[in-house]
Design a protein around this ligand. Structure first.
Ligand code: IMP
Ligand code: MG
Length: 173
């Protein structure tokens, strides 16, 4: 297994995180946010993003995974649900990467069924070529090519999440 050189450096990521936080702070001025991170991948992005958001906020998490094969019937399993109420609140879902879109689409419908005041999605990475289900990304960090990436929360076999940068991951075999 080989980690290539950074696709996105720590500096590039941090600059983008600040820019996204600035947009979010402007859009939600005078309001209060419920920020929901999708674990485990979003833990690092969320912690950096939250540090720069200037409106009052509450943080909660969901652990979910999708068992997508090649079609839209990919099932999503919730391993650990959030604790906060959603009804009548301004929700910002924070995700590391949108790939097929199956996970986020499923969660989005689930959130909407609980009648939030508003629901927006913030994703650091968008692997747009892989999309199967269309899902609106309100705050997007970077569009990336169709390559498997690790670092800054993203894993391969639960490793490499701690890298401060994002790199393309290649099998050496
Ligand atoms: P989706 O339901 O296909 O959009 O799945 C998105 C999830 O797949 C993300 O939250 C990641 O956990 C995982 N994922 C997709 N692409 C990558 C990648 O390149 N590296 C690491 N995890 C990925
Ligand atoms: Mg994930």
């Amino acid at each position: 297994m080989v980690i290539g050189k950074p696709l996105l450096t720590a500096e590039e990521i941090q600059a983008k995180v600040k820019e996204l936080a600035r947009q979010i702070s402007n859009d939600y001025e005078g309001r209060e946010l419920l920020v929901v991170g999708l674990l485990k991948g979003a833990f690092m992005f969320l912690s950096d993003l939250a540090r720069h958001i200037q409106v009052p906020l509450t943080i909660d998490f969901i652990i979910a995974s999708s068992y997508a094969k090649t079609d839209t019937t990919g099932e999503v399993k919730i391993h650990c649900d959030m604790r906060e109420e959603i009804e009548d609140r301004d929700i910002l879902v924070v995700e590391d990467i949108v790939d097929t879109g199956i996970t986020l689409n499923y969660l989005r419908e689930r959130f909407l069924a609980r009648l939030p005041r508003s629901l927006k999605i913030c994703a650091l990475l968008d692997k747009i070529d892989r999309r199967i289900v269309d899902v609106p990304i309100d705050y997007k960090g970077f569009e990336i090519p169709n390559e498997y990436v690790v670092g800054y929360g993203l894993d391969y076999d639960n490793k490499y999440r701690n890298l401060p940068y994002i790199a393309i991951f290649k099998r050496s075999d």
